[in-house]
Design a protein around this ligand. Structure first.
Ligand code: GRF
Length: 208
């Protein structure tokens, strides 16, 4: 079975959904490690309760990003981690790190990218007055929320929506969508061809 790691900085609700999906074999891969840049992250407690190994660090203890990334990389290699799932990980990975796992890092973002990238995807969509937003799952590249898009799910913005009410609906989309996409990836059904993502539908065969 393929092995993967989840990187999370905070609440860890997506991590929790992923752990459940692994348990229920809706993700046919082994979650080997949870990595956090926040030693107090709720995500670490979720990992501990689930009996999953974790690694946490404080970036302030390192002079350079490459130093802590090297430390993470060693741990990933030791466990033969084949792909990485970012779930609310609030750090930009360096080109060095990305190149080691090119096409093997997924991220989820609470907006319809390329609209509203960055830390405040939900707030920014509300401020902009758009009538719909959503969730995007994409591959990670060197930019901020800029890699090839895998899938998007649209959510209308209702009159009177607040950041909290909208976030709640987006989260429930995320918790359903992310495990599904992770499993498609595990099954080799998500391919990048000339920078574009191709998802192989049920029953379809991919010809090389
Ligand atoms: C999610 O909304 C995700 O889209 C974004 O960070 C948030 C993480 O939430 N990248 P949680 O820690 O999984 O609850």
């Amino acid at each position: 079975m393929e092995r993967f790691a989840v990187f999370a900085s905070g609440r860890g609700s997506n991590l929790k959904a992923i752990i459940e999906a692994v348990r229920e074999e809706k993700i046919e891969a082994e979650l080997s490690l949870v990595v956090s840049d926040n030693v107090d992250a709720e995500a670490l407690k979720i990992a501990e309760r689930a009996g999953i190994e974790s690694l946490s660090f404080n970036p302030k203890d390192y002079n350079k990003k490459e130093e802590y990334e090297y430390f993470i990389m060693k741990s990933l290699r030791k466990r033969e981690v084949e792909f990485i799932v970012l779930a609310g990980f609030m750090r930009i990975l360096s080109p060095y790190f990305i190149s080691e796992y090119r096409g093997k890092i997924l991220n989820i973002h609470p907006a319809l990218l390329p609209s509203f990238p960055g830390e405040h995807g939900v707030r920014d969509a509300l401020k902009a007055g758009v009538d719909k937003t959503g969730v995007t799952v994409h591959f990670v590249d060197e930019g901020v929320d800029s890699g090839p898009i895998i899938v998007q799910d649209v959510e209308p913005i209702k009159d009177g929506d607040t950041e909290a009410s909208l976030l709640k609906r987006l989260h429930s989309i995320e918790h359903r969508l992310y495990p599904e996409v992770i499993n498609l990836f595990v099954q080799g059904k998500i391919l990048i061809e000339n920078g574009d993502v191709k998802i192989i539908a049920k029953g379809e065969k991919h010809e090389n």
